[in-house]
Design a protein around this ligand. Structure first.
Ligand code: 7RM
Length: 650
């Protein structure tokens, strides 16, 4: 690697759980045994352990009308009560829930007692604005404590939130408002990003000014950016003014376990985003269960930090509902990793003594690119567990993460799941699993998955196939908002009673699962199945490479051909000519995987096209690689990137 670490062998070493860690880990080996012995009893047990029910459920799963599952259907609960009041009632009101830090460096610690009071007042306010059970409320906010308050206040009333990531445009926002027929939007004047205020309220104004009548009656505006905003009398209300004199007493009503909790829009294979619907009891059970067991959570002592924005599913499940249901103390950070300098995240880890860090491979590779000196200049010894999510993590990034961020000792949990699954599905258990860099490995106890071929036949170990979930799970999506047929077709059309995840996977000889990327990203070159992730991983293992994205481009002779887009490491690129770099990298891939995987074309680029959540948009690169007009770029974080790449191809 660039910074002096030897390149690990292809089948990198495995890491057995540290014996001291393993001997008192939250999740023990018998968890999987219990789940195997009686899955239904296991989930009933978790529902009891994780949730305080109004009426305890006597039924676990109703799967009489597949693919429409009902979990814990005769139980009642209030999700917000579970995240707040019960901790206060148990005597933990003084425990810090949120260690919030704004990008400019302002900070606030919010205890469970304070958060509970804030949510109760907000619930009273929303209710006075006419929000009731089942109503949809759009939340369009920066990463500030009020985002958590808003979501929980909506949940407390049995209303349904639809959080729209603050980076989405006015048009995307309007499409989501319209699809959900939301009556209220909760926003802020603006939030801090990359050293300045990025306005939000103007986007709401623009969204609501777009053609056609909207269903929105009120816009609640939180003051954060202190940027100037326009005002529509009668529609717009300042949050702080509206809350003046509002009661902090509010009794949580109980709702049925299958009562809707939220809608979250995610992109599918078509241009139109899907409103993924999640409900209450099963969702809360599985997010709390996985958050506790996969992260080995000790709510009394841990300082947990998930870097995801609340606008994504990871923010919903592992910033809001999982950690708060478990009474955890967590860091919430408003800004970007490199503001004001590239060490900001590591400053935060040191300042707050973060013990559990959960982030995405793209961030890790970004830090690798910037150099290990930056994290190494901070004290990161408080960290005891690291998590990864969002895409396959290449072994090199995994090893760097453990070595540089985790002092070479922390377990790493590579967690596979989706917006649709609601909670983690495949992940090592830190005290149990001997981990393999790059593999998510084992379904979490209670989850059953398989790897099948196109016909739905399970493939042999060592073969690639499609990942399916073979049994319903508590936090599964309950549908696509307003589109019953699309739900059935997209996820269940292919294999009937098995959930089709859209991901390729391979089981190795130990039966461990390796995720291979979306199936649309698995290439077929001369009849050989190749994974974009595998080739990317090979490329990134070369010291020249900071990051890469591989696509399969149509090719007359081989069916598809491998085309790689590569960002070179800053320090290295000066020492080789571009031609040399390309030649070396083609040889390197052939060396690591085989000649079949040698990229036909390597394009050196300055940046890769990414969504705002950091996922590489391979679809756009495929367009470029196949010489087509580049398709829809509206979900790109930086819309200029594709123009530059297209120019570089010429
Ligand atoms: C949580 C989240 C889902 C897609 C999924 C995969 C990819 C996520 C991993 C992963 C390999 C992982 N939800 N993915 N986690 N691939 N290993 N640990 O990201 O709905 O936004 O995306 O992300 O392709 O289908 S998501």
């Amino acid at each position: 690697m660039a910074d002096g670490t030897p390149t690990p062998p292809r089948e990198a070493s495995t890491f057995a759980p540290d014996p001291v860690f393993a001997s008192n880990a939250v999740a023990t080996r018998d968890l999987a045994d219990r789940a195997h012995a009686d899955r239904s009893a296991f989930w009933a047990e978790q529902a009891d352990a994780c949730v305080t029910w109004g009426r305890r459920p006597t039924e676990t799963l109703d799967w009489s009308d597949p693919p429409f599952a009902r979990w814990f259907a005769d139980g009642t609960l209030n999700v917000a009560y579970n995240c707040l009041d019960r901790h206060v009632e148990a005597g933990h009101g003084e425990r810090v829930a949120l260690l919030w830090e704004g990008e400019p460096g302002d900070a606030r610690a919010v205890t469970y007692a304070e958060l509970t009071a804030d949510v109760k007042r907000a619930a009273n306010l929303l209710s006075s604005l006419g929000v009731g059970p089942g109503d949809r409320v759009v939340v369009y906010l920066p990463q500030i404590p009020e985002a958590v308050v808003a979501m929980l206040a909506v949940a407390r009333l049995g209303a349904v939130h639809s959080v729209v990531f603050g980076g989405f445009s006015a048009e995307s926002l309007r499409a989501r408002i319209d699809d959900a027929e939301a009556t209220l939007v909760i926003t802020a004047d603006g939030g801090w990003r990359k050293g300045s205020v990025s306005p939000l309220k103007p986007a709401v104004d623009a969204a609501l000014a777009l053609g056609g009548r909207s269903t929105v009656e009120n816009v609640l505006v939180i003051r954060r950016g202190e940027n100037a905003v326009d005002w529509v009398e009668g529609r717009d209300l300042w949050w702080h003014e509206a809350l003046e004199g509002v009661e902090a007493e509010h009794t949580a009503e109980m709702f049925e376990a299958e009562h809707p909790l939220f809608i979250l829009y995610t992109s599918g294979t078509t241009g139109r985003p899907k409103g993924i619907l999640h409900t209450s009891g099963g969702y809360l059970t599985q997010v709390a269960y996985t958050h506790r067991n996969v992260f080995d959570l000790r709510p009394e002592t841990d300082v947990y930090w998930c870097t995801a924005d609340v606008g994504w599913i990871t923010g919903h499940s592992y910033v809001v509902y999982g950690p708060l249901a478990n009474g955890a103390t967590q860091v919430l950070y408003e800004g970007t990793p490199d503001s004001p300098g590239p060490g900001r995240w590591w400053d935060l880890v040191e300042k707050y003594g973060v013990t559990i860090l959960y982030t995405a491979p793209t961030a890790i590779r970004g830090f690798m690119k910037a150099g290990r000196e930056i994290p190494q200049a901070r004290d990161l010894t408080s960290l005891r567990l690291l998590g990864s999510v969002g895409e396959p993590i290449n072994p090199e990034a995994w090893l760097w993460y453990r070595e540089v961020i985790g002092s070479g000792t922390t377990p790493i949990v590579d967690t596979w799941w989706q917006t649709e699954t609601g909670a983690m599905m495949i992940s090592p258990l830190p005290g149990v699993t001997t981990t393999k860099p790059g593999a998510a490995q084992t379904p979490v106890p209670g989850i059953v998955v398989d790897v099948v071929d196109d016909q739905g036949v399970p493939v042999a170990d060592g073969e690639s196939g499609l990942l399916v979930v073979t049994e319903p799970w508590p936090s599964m999506l309950r549908g696509i908002w307003g589109d019953r047929d699309r739900y059935v077709e997209t996820y269940w059309g292919r294999f009937g009673d098995r959930y089709f995840a859209g991901d390729g996977a391979r089981r190795d000889d130990d039966g461990d699962i390796w995720l291979l990327g979306r199936v649309d990203d698995v290439m077929n070159v001369s009849g050989h199945r190749l994974s974009t992730a595998e080739i990317e991983s090979a490329l990134v293992s070369n010291p020249l490479v900071a990051e890469s994205a591989v696509v399969g481009a149509a090719d007359e002779t081989t069916g598809q051909a491998v085309v790689a887009f590569v960002v070179l490491r800053d320090k290295k690129r000066r020492s080789v000519t571009p031609e040399e770099a390309v030649a070396r990298l083609r040889a390197h891939v052939a060396d690591r995987i085989g000649a079949i995987a040698r990229p036909r074309t390597i394009v050196l680029v300055d940046e890769l096209p990414k969504t705002r959540s950091g996922k590489i948009m391979r679809r756009l690169l495929r367009d470029v690689a196949e010489g087509r007009e580049v398709g829809d770029t509206t979900t790109l974080a930086d819309s200029a990137v594709m123009g530059v790449i297209t120019a570089e191809m010429r």
